[in-house]
Design a protein. Structure first.
Length: 238
């Protein structure tokens, strides 16, 4: 069975692949769909269009029933619709709004930290907002949570719980996709970011993170204050 996760900011579920209206619905399509612009461009009649069934938010999971010409017929399992399908709401989504994966005999998804890092890199340039969990603003632990959610893996929401959910990795043995954790030295965790490269021979470390100082999701070498507050590395294994 194929399972997929919504990777677009908002994915509109359509009645059929040819339901989107040329020009009118362009902003609702593509991997970086812009729901705000789409709605702003609709007139009163356009907002009543029945070719639209529902919308799915970033990170929602779907079952894929069929793939055709860049579209997937899916069942949105997190939106019950018993009269249509007991498993969830059925309809069509563009494939480029989905991250598709296979499951083995219905078992849990395979943990792939490198794939999680790749998912997180797609958020580069997103504004930093404390507590944020959307393309309009995200924080450090939210980035980790969403990157793994795109893979069908549930990670805790907060950085301290994320550290507790990972296996410790000795500093010097970290690799891309692992996580760096930072704190003030009192045992608490105040920040988290993705390891993007093994440590350089000169000791330089690199990470991708939602950075409150830069106000953006960025990839960079660890700055001096990050080096001073680095408390460990962890690897998601389960």
């Amino acid at each position: 069975m194929k399972i997929a996760t919504v990777t677009a900011p908002v994915a509109t579920l359509w009645s059929r692949p040819d339901a989107p209206r040329p020009g009118v619905d362009a902003a609702a399509l593509g991997p970086c769909s812009d729901a705000r612009s789409w709605v702003a461009g609709l007139d009163d009649t356009g907002r009543m269009y029945t070719g639209v069934l529902t919308q799915l938010l970033h990170g929602e999971q779907v079952l894929i029933e069929e793939v055709r010409d860049g579209w997937a017929r899916v069942v949105a399992t997190e939106q019950p619709a018993a009269k249509l399908d007991p498993r969830g709401y059925p309809g069509w989504l563009p494939l480029d709004q989905l991250s598709v994966r296979e499951t083995a005999d219905g078992g849990p998804p395979v943990i792939d930290p490198v794939a999680a890092l790749a998912a997180a890199r797609a958020w580069r340039g997103t504004p930093y907002v404390w507590g944020g969990l959307t393309p309009y603003g995200i924080d450090c632990s939210g980035l980790v949570h969403l990157a793994y959610r795109q893979l069908g893996v549930t990670m805790p929401r907060d950085a301290d719980d994320q550290r507790a959910a990972t296996a410790d990795v000795p500093l010097g043995g970290e690799r891309p996709g692992d996580l760096y954790f930072f704190g003030p030295g009192d045992g608490t965790v105040a920040h988290v970011g993705f390891v993007t490269a093994p440590p350089h021979p000169d000791g330089t470390r690199h990470m991708l993170h939602a950075c409150g100082d830069a106000h953006l999701v960025i990839e960079e070498p660890l700055r001096p204050h990050r080096v001073a507050t680095l408390i460990g590395a962890g690897r998601v294994t389960r």
